[in-house]
Design a protein around this ligand. Structure first.
Ligand code: GDP
Length: 523
């Protein structure tokens, strides 16, 4: 197979959801179809591995596995599928958001009893900004959940995305009979008595009247809903799906492996091939271009605590990776050799021989790379657009435990902030250090790495949640600062306020109506 064909086979996506919606369960089912794991349970092992926040020994033990399951690759139906993990729970961090910069599509898993939950909403917003396609799987139909029509309106009302159902549940919970499959023009029967899983429609879009299901009241209800949807609902429109304006919705039950394969087949029929990626000059680098290029979207630290080693995750944008190849790191202009590189399979990390645009490789790193770095060979001279920064919501004040060890403290902070592990702020006048993160685990990883990699014990004092707003340098007036709105600067010296809450922010706006508060710094 030539390189272009290889690249066109790639389908790279992330699954987003709120914790407990069923992301792990569905991932395992997908891996099973891909033959990547023999039995479901492998992905689960990581999750139930007692990932206690405070117990770093456990995290150390789990680390190998957690890196492995960051990217899962398998072959299915002529495609090479890369699933990128977006951790939930305590692992939620800026990395979770940045991973969404490295995928070409997203699958959103929703618990049918809960509808759209907080974390799904946050992740969806990042996906929406990118304009990549989103496919929705509404899970746990084997349990009683909310009305399917309500769930569809929630997609529109809460997320602001139009939806088109690809199939429709016939009953739910104890009364779950199966799926009315608009797309494949058949009924998919849940726990069929006679073993007949699929019943094809006749030319009228119905099944044979002699089938016992036709006497089921839930079947009649589903037919009614279906008619309504076909009349008044959105039509499937591939262009809109690919532009992220319309989400195809699938129903199912991941736990009982019902509807997952149907979902996978349809998803893979429409999920896009690898996208090009924009440089800072606005040029789109096509995946089929000859020269290798890629960008670092995540750095995972501490494979071995005795060394400062880490893995830099690189999304290949164009060309092909070959073992030992020399590439240029555009930020420093230096040549680096990609020799110690891993690719990810569900069960093990394997040394990769070659990988192409769309794939993810893990480059062994001793402190060379930063999140957002561009790697290229050949003629590509401009870096890719910087990754967006995600406004932190949680804050800590941080000091060195041992005042004599200021040097290692400063060095550790500088390097970890540069790497993209955490956000740094300093109070404007006194220069006290505050750290910002999107998830609690980011602080704990930071503390752990300061101690282990920089030999610097630190004291962290929680400042709770804050809202960050930047101001224009010309508006700066130290008198505007108070304990409820801390005046600070970010690592680029841009001035900002950390507001205690929305109330404090409104109060500020009333008092200083001429001061513009910005969600991102711009002059
Ligand atoms: P994650 O946090 O999103 O990865 O969710 P998990 O896959 O770990 O699922 C959370 C819980 O929901 C587990 O107890 C699963 O067994 C259960 N679960 C997942 N899918 C289904 C489903 O389709 N039906 C039912 N009844 N339970 C499910």
């Amino acid at each position: 197979m030539n390189r272009a064909e290889e690249i066109k086979k790639r389908r790279t996506f992330a699954i987003i959801s709120h914790p407990d919606a069923g992301k792990t369960t569905i991932t395992e089912q997908l891996l099973k179809f891909g033959g990547a794991i023999r039995e479901a349970g492998t992905v689960k092992a990581r999750k139930t591995g007692n990932f206690a926040k405070s117990d770093w020994m456990d995290i150390e033990k789990e680390r190998g596995i957690s890196v492995t399951s960051s990217v899962m690759q398998f072959d299915y139906a002529g495609k090479r599928v890369n699933i990128l993990d977006t951790p939930g729970h305590e692992d939620f961090s800026e990395d979770t958001y940045r991973t969404l910069m490295a995928v070409d599509a997203a699958v959103m898993v929703i618990d049918s009893a809960k509808g759209i939950e907080a974390q799904t909403k946050k992740l969806f917003q990042v996906v929406k900004r990118r304009g990549i396609p989103v496919f929705t799987f509404i899970n746990k139909l084997d349990r009683d959940g909310r009305e399917p029509l309500d769930l569809l309106s929630e997609l529109e009302d809460i997320l602001g995305i139009a939806s088109v159902p690809m199939n429709w549940p016939i009953g739910m919970g104890k009364n779950f009979q199966g799926l009315y499959d608009f797309y494949n023009k058949r009924i998919e029967v849940y726990q069929p008595e006679n073993g007949e899983r699929f019943i094809e429609f006749d030319e009228n879009g119905e099944i044979d009247a002699s089938h016992p299901l036709t006497n089921n009241p839930f079947y009649a209800q589903a037919m009614e809903d279906a008619e309504l949807l076909l009349d008044a609902g959105n039509e499937f429109d591939e262009k809109k799906v690919l532009a992220g304006q319309l989400t195809p919705v699938f129903f199912g039950s991941a736990l009982t492996d019902f509807g997952v394969e149907t979902f996978l087949n349809t998803f893979l029929a429409y999920a896009p091939e690898p996208n090009g990626h924009k440089t800072v000059e606005g040029e789109i680098i096509d995946p089929l271009r000859e020269e290798f290029s890629g960008f670092v979207f995540k750095i995972q630290a501490n494979m071995d605590i005795r060394h400062r080693d880490r893995i830099a995750f690189v999304r290949i944008v164009s060309g092909e990776f070959e073992r030992g190849m020399g590439v240029k790191l555009l930020r420093t202009g230096k040549q680096v050799k990609l020799s110690n590189v891993t690719q990810f399979m569900a069960e093990s990390r394997e040394n990769v021989e070659n990988a192409v645009a769309g794939d993810i490789i893990g480059v062994y790193d001793t402190g060379t790379y930063q999140v957002g770095d561009t790697l290229t060979t050949g003629k590509l001279k401009t870096p890719f657009e910087p990754l967006p920064t995600f406004t932190p919501e949680l804050f800590m004040r941080v000091t060195a435990k041992n005042v004599m060890k200021q040097k290692s403290f400063q060095k550790g902070i500088e390097q970890l902030v540069q790497e993209g592990a955490i956000q740094l702020y300093k109070t404007y006048t006194t220069g006290e250090i505050m750290l910002g993160a999107v998830g609690q685990l980011q602080f704990e990883v930071f503390k752990h790495r300061m101690e282990n990699e920089y030999n610097s014990e630190i004291i962290m004092t929680p400042l709770g949640s804050k809202t960050v707003r930047w101001i224009k340098p010309e508006d700066l007036d130290e008198k505007m600062s108070s304990s409820r709105n801390i005046l600070a600067r970010d690592r680029f010296d841009h001035p900002l306020f950390l507001f205690e809450n929305d109330f404090a922010m409104r109060w500020f706006k009333d008092k200083y109506p001429d001061v513009e508060l910005m969600e991102q710094f711009s002059v």
